[in-house]
Design a protein around this ligand. Structure first.
Ligand code: TXA
Ligand code: MG
Length: 310
């Protein structure tokens, strides 16, 4: 049924291992336009084309040996590769936002993979949230965010990774980290045998490549978010990581990312806990410090953007 809705130009809420995606036929410009409309997303923001085989990926993008090496090691999985579009690329210009490059990902989720296979063409899917807001990691949150704008939501339960894919591109042959995500950059560098260039927002603006997940304010809750908080005595809502300090308000709402300080568990809980804390309508949310190594880099990245002034 979901594949038929896609073929008819409709939108489907699709679970992946990272976050839920708002899926449409990547080759159908009108269907892709509906994604932008439903999300309130700026049109200059390109979408990831989701595939379910290396053949399908190579049809759409030109994977050189460096890209292939990462694809073979990490696909299916939370890695997106930005490569030059192939001559045979079928993805609509709108999904590519007119860029000569294409973002490709093979998600490691049985529901996403079977949907892509049943549909037989690449699926464009940004995170299933309104633009700039917290990403969704369960089907009920997709319904809350997008409501009637989506034709069908496939309920695949909670997303096991919980933060979006790591995005890697190449600029002048240099491997570049465009967005930290579900695969630690250290693991990618080890397989690539090279260090990744860490792109900053300044570089992005100068290069004209707009990776909106890289915009200063993104993933934002309604409440103000304060980072790296160690004094929590006045906090009404706490995004906790590790053991809580003794001195906190009795009525504080506590969203625990990982009591034992496990970054993988924290990533999987991040967006759900932020949503839940925000749903209590606090004035502000105080987040405890999270280390910025391994998966912590993606967590800190999302928290920094969620805390940025809007
Ligand atoms: O885990 C994920 O990647 C999720 C799931 C649904 O697959 N998708 C996701 O999509 O996070 P989205 O649209 O929220 O983020 C995709 C990011 C955007 O920041 C976009 O700007 C960037 O990828 N992007 C897409 N195509 C690009 C390109 N050709 N060059 C540079 N950045 C690109
Ligand atoms: Mg997003």
């Amino acid at each position: 049924m979901a594949a038929r809705i896609l073929a008819e130009g409709g939108l489907v809420g699709m679970p992946t291992e990272t976050v839920y995606g708002l899926a449409a036929d990547a080759t159908n410009g009108e269907a892709v336009a509906r994604i932008f409309e439903a999300k309130g997303r700026p049109l200059f923001n390109p979408l990831i084309a989701h595939v379910a085989s290396l053949d399908m990926a190579s049809q759409e993008g030109r994977l050189d040996s460096a890209a292939l090496k990462l694809a073979e090691r990490f696909w299916p999985g939370p890695l997106t590769l930005v490569v030059p579009a192939a001559r045979t690329c079928s993805v609509s210009d709108l999904a590519q936002a007119g860029l000569p490059t294409l973002a490709l990902r093979w998600p490691a989720h049985p529901v996403a993979e079977s949907l892509i296979r049943a549909f037989g063409k690449p699926i464009a899917a940004p995170s299933a949230n309104r633009s700039g807001r917290i990403s969704t990691t369960d089907a009920a949150s997709v319904a809350d965010e997008l409501g009637s704008a989506v034709d069908l939501i496939l309920d695949g339960g909670a997303c096991p990774v919980g933060v979006e894919s790591t995005i890697i591109g190449w600029q002048d042959g240099r491997m570049t980290l465009l967005r930290p995500g579900g695969i630690a950059i250290e693991a990618i560098e080890e397989v690539a045998g090279a260090e990744a260039f860490r792109l900053t927002t300044d570089h992005l603006e100068a290069s004209g490549i707009v990776a909106p997940g890289m915009l200063a304010s993104h993933y934002a809750p309604e409440a103000r978010l304060h980072l790296g908080c160690t004094n929590l005595s006045e906090a009404e809502a706490i995004l906790a990581f590790g053991a809580l300090p003794k001195n906190i308000r009795k009525d504080a709402r506590i969203g625990q990312l990982s009591e034992k300080g496990d970054l993988r568990e924290a990533a999987a809980n991040l967006f759900r806990m932020l949503r839940w804390l925000d749903s209590g309508n606090p004035k502000s949310i105080h987040a405890m410090p999270v280390p910025d190594c391994g998966l912590g880099l993606a967590i800190c990245d999302r928290l920094k953007r969620a805390a940025a002034p809007r």
